[in-house]
Design a protein around this ligand. Structure first.
Ligand code: CP
Ligand code: NVA
Length: 303
């Protein structure tokens, strides 16, 4: 049966660690110039309803390096942009390509695509989750810290799609997650409950200072996600006090590292000295999108 990756919880612990070790191996092979064309002849369709730099480039380059091909499809240029039903696109794409990666405005679009496709569907970001980002993030943390279980992680900022995937991932990684968001922007209690019911260690606090105390990993993300632009001014006002700056970082563990999925807004959710500083793993994190997704594609597609 085909396997989809719509949520970080669509894989179990064992599969997560298999993906991470394969990603590490593919990363070494790429660096050593060792060919690793595990998906020769396969095609990935990439449908985008929203902008992208990292997701687009890393999936396209990843498929090429695996000996396959990736097809960039702007949703506006497809017939779905003119009202063709997503289920018909799913059926037709299943006849042409080996898998579909889709970045959609609504998670339900991705679910409908997956339900009607006979090939694997990958969530390249929705309003609910950004599971591919988490694969790269966990890989980055594992590379840096070695052992990931019981690491303390703080999320400072919007309880958004990336935050949801991070919180849910706690059930797989055993990392201990504390989320601080301003009132009205908290992570969904249902998401926290789901993570906890599956063994995740998650708590929410009111202030960034409480969240980051002695933390090993400090995560943040934009205050204005794609689709939130109309609320920009209100959001900037509401998130004051939630900037990840050097003062906040000093409250974390001395060996703490900072992650941000990018794109970043220096002076808003993070300061330039932090994102460009010694404690930032942000550029390795961005690179790891490539290696982690290559491993995911192999896991989903290799017979
Ligand atoms: N982090 C991330 O998904 O970046 P893009 O929006 O550029 O793909
Ligand atoms: N939360 C951000 C992540 C971008 C990669 C957004 O949804 O726009």
């Amino acid at each position: 049966m085909k396997k989809d990756f719509l949520s970080i919880l669509d894989i179990n612990k064992e599969e997560l660690f298999e993906i991470l070790s394969l990603a590490e191996r593919l990363k070494r092979q790429k660096r050593a110039g060792v060919p690793h064309e595990l998906l020769r002849g396969m095609t990935l369709a990439m449908i985008f309803e929203k902008s992208s730099t990292r997701t687009h480039i890393s999936f396209e380059v990843g498929m090429n390096e695996l000996g396959g091909h990736a097809l960039f499809l702007n949703a506006k240029d497809l017939q779905i942009g003119r009202g063709e039903e997503i289920r018909d696109t799913a059926r037709v794409a299943s006849r042409y390509v080996s898998a579909v990666m889709i970045r959609a405005n609504r998670h339900s679009t991705i679910e409908e695509l997956a339900e009607n496709a006979t090939i694997p569907v990958i969530n390249g970001l929705s309003d609910n989750e950004h599971p591919c980002q988490l694969l790269a993030d966990i890989l980055t943390v594992k590379e840096h810290f070695g052992e990931i279980r019981d690491l303390r992680v703080a999320w400072v900022g919007d309880g958004n799609n990336v935050c949801n995937s991070l919180v849910l991932s706690s059930a797989l990684t055993g990392m201990d997650i504390t989320v601080a968001s301003p009132g009205g922007y908290e992570v969904s209690p249902a998401v926290v409950q789901r993570a906890v019911s599956l063994g995740g260690k998650v708590k929410t606090v009111k202030t960034p200072e409480e969240a980051v105390k002695d933390t090993h990993i400090l995560f943040t993300d934009t205050w204005v996600s794609m689709g939130d632009e109309a609320e920009r001014a209100k959001r900037i006002a509401d998130f004051q006090g939630f900037t990840v700056d050097s003062r906040l970082l000093r409250l974390a563990s001395p060996d703490a590292r900072v992650l941000h999925c990018l794109p970043a807004h220096r002076g808003e959710e993070i300061t330039g000295d932090v994102i460009d500083g010694q404690q930032s793993l942000v550029w390795d994190e961005a690179e790891n999108r490539l290696h982690a997704q290559k491993a995911l594609l192999v896991k989903l597609l290799k017979k």
